[in-house]
Design a protein around this ligand. Structure first.
Ligand code: ADP
Ligand code: MG
Length: 478
């Protein structure tokens, strides 16, 4: 039997507001336990939630970025359930009328193929607190700092057909929410987490199979592994004549398996009803318009522009536009400069990224800013230095605040373009290597690179490569 996998994702993106969705408490990560929860977050009697306008603004930004419908009059609802870290006994969420309706995103697979993934909805809700197990021996403590932190839950259509597509989609949303500045995307801190709904069906069948939902996947690798494990598990279940049960599972990264947590609740188990403490949320067209005005250029549009305007290869353009800081840096480097954008792209994606990776640095913390990078590329472009010496200059710039010009001057790295000086080096190398010369002249042309290397070395890397090559070929001729 051959099977087809069906996947839909629910992504919780923590909105990057300074205060909570319904209260003025801080949302800063890592504060001492229970110092950032006030009476509203605790749901004490007599308090009333007030919607944070920034949260609404961010949801609208998301809708505009995904061509999604915006609900003019959406509604908050109470989702009732008992959990120790949910002191109110209900979570304020949205059910029948989410603020963001249907939308679509276009994902790019690693091999370059593209696919549209439908968005069902995105709704606003508050996060719960956290149970801290074994904080005191044998007991569990509750930290309510996270209670009331704003979340945007982004629900996809069941449009993905393999784990890799799910990962590409999750990465797309991850990049997008950071691009439009609504979420910091920090997966370790839980600011961006995925629930994967997975089912399989016989190839060719149009109805979906029964799904399992794997909760709280907080890395792209876990997302991929969990889906792959789950697909195998469901195949085994069905092929042995049993049935998949609809349930919530969790992924155990250490054992690399998914395990049943609980059978899946139905929506009506939660007894959703409109929250009487909160009036319908009205989003006026003028408010949407003002947000539209301040939207940044979106990554997909920017990627295409980088290809057409700067003649970059699509995969380079994709890498440069994967996050906004990199794309801004690139545009700042090339602004008003004579060198080709391609040169800047090569240096940023090559030298700069390699160095950042090695030191686990973010671009904003990289010591070579756009202005100094442009200074370096100008000297490579006008051939004051070769690309190779450029790397040496780049290294020096990394550990000092000197400009490329200062370093080239101070270290005497200027390329030798004086014909006489190069000729002297070439003659010396030929004279010092009579046996290689004889072999070369006897037809072993591979030796050209030996001579090039030797002259380059004699010039300490500074001879102009093109001049040096031409002169050598000429002089080596029998
Ligand atoms: P719930 O909130 O109970 O988890 P939803 O109706 O909001 O349920 O659906 C959650 C997700 O499950 C959506 O992303 C949807 O695309 C996905 N989904 C629904 N049915 C299936 C299925 N048979 N196989 C895989 N994914 C599914
Ligand atoms: Mg769900």
């Amino acid at each position: 039997m051959s099977w087809e996998t069906v996947i839909g994702l629910e992504i919780h993106a923590q909105l990057a507001t300074r205060s909570k969705i319904f209260s003025g408490s801080s949302t800063a990560f890592g504060a001492e336990q229970n110092t950032q929860a006030n009476a509203v977050d605790l749901g004490l009697p007599g308090v009333l939630p007030v919607v944070n306008k920034d949260v609404v603004r961010m949801a609208v930004r998301f809708a505009l970025a995904t061509d999604a419908a915006i609900t003019e009059r959406s509604q908050f609802a109470r989702k009732n359930y008992f959990y120790p870290d949910l002191p109110k006994g209900y979570q304020i969420s949205q059910m029948a009328l989410p603020i963001v309706g249907e939308g679509v995103v276009r994902i790019v697979m690693p091999d370059g193929t593209e696919k549209n993934i439908g968005l069902t909805r995105a709704h606003l809700e508050e996060d719960a607190g956290k149970s801290v197990h074994d904080m005191f021996e044998g007991s569990t403590a509750i930290d309510l700092n996270r209670a009331g932190t704003p979340l945007l839950e982004i629900v996809s259509e069941p449009d993905m057909r393999c784990a890799q597509e799910a990962v590409a989609y999750a990465k797309h949303i991850h990049s997008l929410v950071r691009y439009i500045d609504i979420c910091d995307g920090n997966m370790q801190e839980g600011s961006f987490r995925c629930d994967a709904n997975v089912s399989i069906r016989p190839k060719g069948q149009s109805e979906f199979g029964t799904r399992a939902e794997i909760k709280n996947l907080n890395s792209f690798r876990f997302l991929e592994r969990a889906i792959e494990f789950e697909v195998e598990r469901q195949m085994d279940v069905l092929e042995s004549g049993q049935e998949v049960v609809q349930e919530t599972r969790l992924y155990d990264a250490d054992k690399d398996e998914t395990r049943s947590m609980r059978s899946k609740e139905e929506a009506n188990d939660y007894r959703y009803f409109p929250d009487p403490d909160l009036p319908p949320l009205l989003v006026e067209p003028s408010f949407i318009e003002s947000i539209r005005q301040e939207m940044p250029e979106l990554p997909t549009v920017r990627r295409e522009r980088f290809v057409t305007e700067f003649e970059l290869k699509p995969d380079d353009a994709a890498a440069l536009t994967a996050d906004r800081t990199t794309a801004d840096y690139f545009e700042a480097v090339i602004a008003g400069q004579a060198f080709a954008p391609k040169l800047a792209s090569n240096w940023i994606l090559g030298e700069l990224f390699a160095r950042m990776n090695k030191e686990s640095l973010e671009l904003t913390d990289a010591p070579v800013n756009a202005e100094r990078m442009a200074g370096l590329l100008n000297r490579v472009h006008d051939q004051t230095i070769s690309g190779k010496i450029g790397k040496q200059v780049f290294d020096e710039m990394w550990s000092s605040s000197d400009s490329a010009d200062d370093i080239i001057d101070k270290k005497g790295l200027k390329q030798i373009t004086d014909t006489g000086a190069i000729e002297a080096l070439v003659d010396k190398v030929i004279e010092d290597n009579p046996s290689q010369l004889a072999e070369y002249r006897a037809g072993k042309e591979k030796l050209l690179s030996f001579f090039v290397g030797a002259v380059m070395k004699a010039s300490r890397g500074k001879a102009n490569p093109a001049q040096l090559n031409a002169m050598l070929r000429d002089k080596l001729k029998p």
